[in-house]
Ligand binder design. Structure first.
Ligand code: URA
Length: 209
């Protein structure tokens, strides 16, 4: 599918299967989410630009590669996005973090923002928006609208599971934003859950159900 990268790494797929199981505990789900998010982070940053820096090893001076540009921003869509942050920050400890709370008003269909806090200069940074589930796509679309209104131009979206309906909706709104996911599942059910899915990601990671 154009614009969508499915991260098929065997460790990602294996961990995802355990996360899907209904008998996996809250503690197990959280641990796996942290592990899998580190692997997903590795893949979503695979093509970052490098430059070189002159350094001195104990033996010689040499030009060694370092990341180019300003620090990355990880933008978490509340609340489930926070579950992906921990592992990602372990891999990129200097990343900046944005938190976005949005919902779609059912009557007006407008995105209502109830929380937004982002670092400065997001127009000059790569922003990786994270939310485990791309279901209808509505909250991801709304969150990215808000980031774009604040100047973000270089954006990627990372999730664990995506529904085909959500991908279509998302790409209709933000064709410039590549999607990275561990799986494209079958469909959305009548309640908006991804099938086969893993249930409510927020409830599973926080034990709220
Ligand atoms: N959000 C979830 O947490 N799970 C789904 O299946 C869909 C949306």
């Amino acid at each position: 599918m154009d614009g969508v990268t499915v991260i098929g790494h065997p460790l990602v797929q294996h961990k995802l299967t355990i996360m899907r199981k209904k008998e996996t505990s809250t503690a197990g789900f959280r641990r796996l989410l942290k592990e899998i998010s580190t692997l997903l982070c590795y893949e979503v940053t695979r093509d970052l630009e490098l430059t070189t820096e002159r350094i001195e090893t104990p033996l010689v001076e040499t030009d060694a590669p370092v990341l180019e540009g300003k620090k990355l921003v990880f933008a978490s869509i509340l609340r489930a996005g926070n579950g992906l942050l921990e592992g990602m920050l372990e891999l990129v400890p200097s990343a900046r973090v944005a938190h976005i709370g949005v919902y779609r008003d059912h009557e007006t269909l407008r995105a209502v923002e109830y929380f937004f806090k982002a670092p400065d200069n997001i127009n000059e940074r790569l922003v990786i928006v994270v939310d485990p589930m791309l279901a209808t796509g509505n909250s991801a679309i709304a969150a990215i609208e808000k980031l774009k209104e604040r100047g973000a131009r270089n954006i990627r979206f990372l999730c664990l599971l995506a529904a085909p309906e959500g991908i279509r909706n998302f790409q209709g709104a933000h064709p410039d934003v590549p999607i990275f996911t561990a799986s494209i599942d079958s469909h959305l059910n009548e309640k908006g859950y991804i099938v086969p899915g893993l249930g409510d990601a927020g409830d599973r990671m926080y034990g709220t159900k």
